[in-house]
Design a protein around this ligand. Structure first.
Ligand code: EPZ
Length: 458
């Protein structure tokens, strides 16, 4: 298993290109199930989560082609004995590893064509690897009237139930049974529009019900819908495919079902979590970096927290300039909440920054019940953090010191990287596969800005 080795203490200078958002790309890829025409996605990031989903979509009957350097479509999926699949080498390629692994900024363009849905069964093996796979449920039900999808199971950051997804789909007329760890959903006469009110704004449930509703008969109103920009990216894609949706970006989505959707071309929005992470990396290590392609409007709350901490944030033509040159870091309290408030996916990184603040800061996590796994590992670097239920009190220290640490989930692992950048001496992070799920070529992006960081294969 690969590890990341880094030596802290070097300020970052230069440019970091921000990739397309993983959490937007995944539902956009899934939307390809809704039409028999090609859906072309541009600005796709190179990540293992993208490859995992592509493998599942291929099993369901989605042909996937990638635009190569000569502007030609190259097939990634192959058919053996009648079954479509995405081979290991092609999956590696989509994830940014393999023969064309050399780092190059700029996302990929892929074409997904679900001419016919060949299977409505989403297997445990792939759904358990990545929760977003569960979101194939809504579109499969919408297009085929049936789906058997494995329950995703728990994960490191909390229990993460799917009750809201299932309640929403039942409202649209699906019958749902649970059998041997699978959700067996049926809507033999098709889905019907209905009013769906979520008790909390779940990102995944909004994606799932929205994709089911676009092909349902009549009008669906989703109340208390999540408003994350990735949902708006999906809704805009669905509209480009011929869906009728009002209220984009708001907590009430009105969908008028249509008989059929068609192909479209859509760009994946920039990754606000990746941009926020690198902004926090610069804040920790010091220096002056332009985050090219970063869109301030997608992550105002974390940028405000960074400004309050004394970090310079400036709009420039290419994106956002982030700088800290010797000034101390002011402690800032944050509370994670649904968009547009401070995102849970940046809590660990902001906590890392607060470990070197000039005083105490309080992090309150309201989205996931177990998202403080990074605290024990940050402590290995010398951080002082005490836990009180859903709150963590971080007491800034004069200096962190490098140590071997272990990644526990995607965002926790990157918090260890950015803490390591500010620590004295060497930090080695194991279980790097977590990072590869959601950060494209992290070590290249940081070493291009002067960080002493490399991947240890093994
Ligand atoms: C999405 O997860 C993201 N994943 C997560 O990013 C992100 O942390 C999360 O939204 C919150 O912003 C993707 O987009 C692929 P939720 P999701 O449903 O959809 C509870 C990352 O690191 N809930 O909004 O699973 C749930 O337990 C990942 O990239 C129910 O109770 O999140 C949680 O407490 C991690 N019942 C809260 O709602 C349900 O049916 C929010 O979860 C659904 C959710």
């Amino acid at each position: 298993m690969d590890r990341i080795r880094l030596t802290g203490g070097t300020a970052l200078h230069g440019e970091i290109p921000i990739s397309g958002a993983k959490n937007a790309a995944l539902p956009l890829m899934i939307a390809s199930l809704l039409t028999d025409e090609p859906l072309v996605l541009t600005n796709l990031p190179r990540l293992t989560d993208i490859a995992t989903l592509a493998r599942l979509l291929a099993q369901l009957g989605v042909e996937i082609d990638v635009l190569n350097g000569n502007d030609e479509w190259e097939p990634l999926t192959t058919r053996t004995e009648g079954r479509l699949s995405l081979g290991v080498e092609q999956a590696k390629r989509l994830a940014g590893f393999g023969p064309d692994a050399k780092y190059r900024p700029g996302g990929r363009t892929i074409r997904l064509t679900a001419r016919t849905i060949e299977s409505t069964h989403a297997d445990y093996e792939l759904v358990s690897k990545m929760r977003a796979s569960f979101w194939v449920l809504g579109p499969l039900l919408g297009r085929c009237g049936e789906a058997d999808v494995s329950l995703p199971g728990g994960c490191a950051i909390g229990t993460r139930p799917v009750d809201l997804h299932l309640q929403g789909l039942e409202k649209l007329g699906a019958t749902i049974e649970l059998d041997k760890g699978y959700v067996i959903a049926r809507a033999k006469d098709g889905l019907r529009g209905a009013e769906v009110r979520f008790s909390m704004p779940s990102v995944g449930a909004t994606h799932n019900v929205l994709m089911a509703a676009v092909l349902a008969k009549g009008e669906t109103i989703i109340e208390n819908a999540a408003r994350e920009p990735e949902i708006t990216n999906l809704a805009e894609c669905l509209v480009a495919m011929g869906a009728k949706i009002d209220g984009l970006g708001s907590s009430t989505l009105r969908i008028t079902g249509v008989d059929k959707l068609h192909g479209a071309q859509v760009a994946v929005i920039c990754d606000r979590i990746e941009a926020g992470t690198y902004a926090m990396a610069v804040a920790m290590a010091g220096g002056d970096v332009t985050l090219t392609g970063a869109d301030r409007s997608l992550f105002e709350a974390p940028l405000q927290a960074l400004s309050a901490a004394g970090i310079t944030i400036e709009d420039v033509d290419a994106g956002l300039r982030v700088a800290r040159n010797g000034t101390p870091v002011t402690p800032v309290d944050i509370v994670t909440q649904p968009y547009p408030a401070f995102p849970t996916d940046l809590q660990a990184q902001f906590m890392a920054l607060m470990t070197m603040a000039d005083g105490n800061a309080q992090m309150t996590e309201t989205i996931f019940e177990n998202r403080f796994m990074h605290v024990q590992e940050l402590a290995r670097l010398g951080a002082l953090v005490s836990l009180h239920g859903d709150r963590a009190i971080v007491s800034g220290v004069k200096a962190l010191r490098g140590a071997p640490v272990m990644a526990t989930d995607l965002r926790a692992s990157v918090s260890l990287v950015i803490a390591g950048l500010a620590a004295e001496g060497e930090t080695v992070i194991s279980r790097v596969y977590h990072l590869d799920r959601g950060f494209e070529r992290l070590e290249d992006k940081l070493s291009n800005c002067g960080a002493d960081i490399s991947r240890l294969a093994g």
